[in-house]
Design a protein around this ligand. Sequence first.
Ligand code: CP
Length: 334
Amino acid sequence: MAEKRDFLCVDDFSRQEIENLLELAVKMRKGKPQPLLAGKTLGMLFFNPSLRTRTSFEVAMYQLGGHCLDISARSDLYELEPEEGTVMDGSAAEHLKDAAQVLSRYLDGLAVRCLPERRDYQKERTDPVIRGYARYASRPVINMESCMGHPCQAVADLLTMRDKALSLEGRRLTLTWVNHPEPQSMAVPNSVLLAAALFGMKVTLAHPMGYELDPEIMEKAGKYAAESGGKLDVVHDIQDAVKGAEFVYAKSWGSIKLWEDKERERLMSRSHQEWIVDRAAMDRTDRAWFMHPLPVRRNVAVTDDVLDGDRSIVYDQAENRLHLQKALLVTLLA
Ligand code: CP
């Protein structure tokens, strides 16, 4: 058997490999579905809710002639122990090592969504569950969103932007924090930032003070931007950030500084009500396309007129998840 490949982070694949995925996704979008994964089964383990990821992976496997097993990991599986060498006399009934190796005997690939519980950032930023599955499973593991990344979303977003701009190099993307009543995952901004930097986009990252992204992600994004001829600026004013943008990508994320203090985080977020993408903000752009990975809080993160307007491409983003994931599944499982 060939060595298995995982897709846990955007930069697990080289720029050329991502280009290949984008090309294959375009082909898949145009052509009739082919049974390239006939007889194969993908196991999807969801520790958290999902609409788009769950549906698009299941439809992708169906269209490729394969099968999908949808497991609600918190209720359908035993509680799993991720730590090595633990004396398992607590509530966890099975070790992740055993679960991953057993599932690998039945399945051709595993896809996992496991978001942080906001208890211990230094621990959660290592994505112990998804990385544990990747370590122990003998089959490819796909990250369907973790604490640190949502690579399927970000690469599908590259496809959506390329549909509009043909070439991504030099395109001006504003990736902006927006308001939300609850602290949200940093997975999407982390992955979109890395993907855009790898592809030479001119990225303006905008957020209020206190919502800095992980320093390691920022360092990598700066390095990729320098290598690809792109640019990365950070600003703290949404009105400045959107000026001249060709794409405005809105997403809320939680503060690392207040990781374990949801109440203070809510208070801090509430003090930034001006961080909403509205008509006035879009009027400052260069006729930008509006992007959001969904689900979105209408009239908190973005106003209805922008979201429902003719420059909104949020449903294209959602659709491209299907095409991109078909390309990814064929690349990893065929
Ligand atoms: N964008 C995204 O991943 O959507 P779901 O949470 O519905 O899967």
